[in-house]
Design a protein around this ligand. Structure first.
Ligand code: ARG
Length: 464
């Protein structure tokens, strides 16, 4: 007979290579805390329902607590032959408390057990990710406040478009992260449903109390269909999707920081402590961290694709394919947490080269729209104003000068609507200040964003 916990109907023991192939202990052991929490709640419920005795339940709970301490202390020996975290713990429990340990799995299957553990684990991790999102948001708001008067070019098509406040640009990432935070709240909500009690797939013949377990583990809801409870991986797909979108945001930001660090832009300089050099080229200071975050976004997106593909054609209910859900999810959450944490440091340590930013605005034509708007305010139709401004830009390019260098007389040869106030109207400060529409780049509007952001942070920084 096989020595496995499920060995009754087997004559032979499992082939060693098959053991290795199907074991998940190497990665699911990180859910030991959740497995023990879930089993403790289950045992208490079994006793409350008189399915096992109080005495057995007490032995089980105390035994589980001891196992938790031994795993915490790094003293527990995990066995591949016992496949996964569930059977490793159950076997250790039975070894330590005897027959009572064998009663723990009454009215339960590993199918609903693993679902429970993963729900608990994701719930916890989502909160950690949300805390890290808020930390990064704080770093962004700080940098925005510190550089509140810095003007630089906003881009479209990676061409200088209009002058904007650098703080406005930073606050755009704040808004993106706000949506990420909300998306993770949605993930939390979908993970906050209790699957235990589904048994292998069909429920159980024992008079269990699922509400009891849900209360014990602080779940907001209970799966209403046992088949769905054991085969649902939507919450993990949503997790990976929220993680992918977040990583895409960080990747876009990374790309900008990498560009800004280049000699061509020279808009920011990263802290020495956040960069590396080259083994060959002595002059190099490389922005490895944003490069890596940009690179890692691909990994997380890959995990989302992998799980979608795994689940896509699975018949109900549990199939072992579902064991493949964990490694990608674990890697994604490690990657997201690490990336958020380093990013907060990068933002906090980033030196802003305001003079270069200023030059990029002054020595270019990003104020051309303002020139056109000036004429529109003197009642010229926008299309005509656009054409006049375009001609002026062309005139400047031919002479190697900028709009600010033209004399009033020169302006007047293009339109007699130009007055002495034109030079003031195309100054970067004026361009920025006059974009005072809601959500625009004027200092007043950006201040409103910063005030709202701080309020939002206050409301969300102590989430639990
Ligand atoms: N290690 C398994 C998983 O991660 C646990 C559930 C196994 N269930 C089973 N019937 N073999 O999915």
């Amino acid at each position: 007979m096989s020595e496995k916990l499920w060995g009754g109907r087997f004559e032979k023991s499992t082939d060693e290579m098959i053991n290795d192939f199907q074991a998940s202990i190497d990665f699911d052991k990180r859910m030991y805390r959740e497995d023990i929490e879930g089993s403790t709640a289950h045992a208490k419920m079994l006793a409350a329902q008189k399915i096992i005795s109080d005495d057995d339940a007490q032995k089980i709970c105390a035994g589980l607590q001891k196992i938790r301490e031994s795993i915490d202390a790094g003293k527990f020996e995990f066995s591949v032959a016992l496949e996964d975290i569930h059977m490793n713990i159950e076997k250790a429990l039975t070894d330590s408390i005897g027959a009572a340990g064998g009663r723990l799995h009454t009215a339960r299957s590993r199918n609903d057990q693993v679902a429970l553990d993963t729900h608990l684990y994701i719930r916890r991790q989502v909160r950690e990710i949300q805390r890290l999102i808020v930390d990064l948001q704080k770093a962004l708001v700080n940098a925005a406040e510190k550089n509140r008067d810095v003007i630089f070019p906003g881009y479209t098509h990676l061409q200088r478009a209009q002058p904007i406040l650098f703080a406005h640009h930073l606050m755009a990432y704040f808004s993106m992260l706000q949506r990420d935070f909300d998306r993770f709240s949605g993930v939390y909500q979908r993970a906050d449903i209790m699957p235990l009690g589904a048994g292998a797939l069909a429920g159980t013949t024992f008079p269990i109390d699922r509400e009891f377990v849900a209360r014990e583990l602080n779940f907001n809801a209970i799966y209403s269909n046992s088949l769905d409870a054991v085969s649902d991986r939507d919450y993990l797909l949503e997790f990976l999707s929220a993680a992918s979108i977040l990583m895409v945001h960080l990747s876009r930001f990374s790309e900008e920081i990498i560009l800004w660090c280049s000699r061509e832009f020279s808009f920011v300089e990263l802290d020495d402590a956040h960069c590396t050099g080259s083994s060959m080229m002595p002059q190099k200071k490389n922005p490895d961290v944003p490069e890596l975050v940009r690179g890692k976004s691909g990994r997380v997106i890959g995990h989302l694709m992998a799980l979608l593909t795994t689940v896509k054609a699975l018949p109900l209910a549990y199939n072992k394919d579902l064991q493949e859900d964990k490694e990608g999810v674990f890697d994604a959450l490690d990657t997201v947490k690490f990336s958020l944490a380093v990013f907060a440091q990068i933002v906090a340590g980033m030196k802003i080269r305001r003079d270069n930013m200023r030059r990029a605005v002054e020595e270019d034509f990003s104020n051309a729209t303002d020139l056109a708007d000036y004429l529109v305010k003197k009642n010229l139709p926008f299309r005509q104003a656009h054409a006049v401004a375009g001609k002026l830009v062309h005139y400047c390019i031919e002479r190697g000068v900028y709009l600010k260098d033209l004399t009033l007389a020169e302006f007047k040869t293009f339109s007699n609507l130009f007055d002495a106030d034109i030079h003031d109207a195309i100054k970067p400060e004026t361009c920025v200040a006059s974009r005072n529409s809601q959500g625009g780049t004027s200092p007043a509007q950006v201040d409103l964003q910063i005030v709202a952001a701080k309020k939002w942070i206050k409301h969300h920084e102590h989430i639990d």
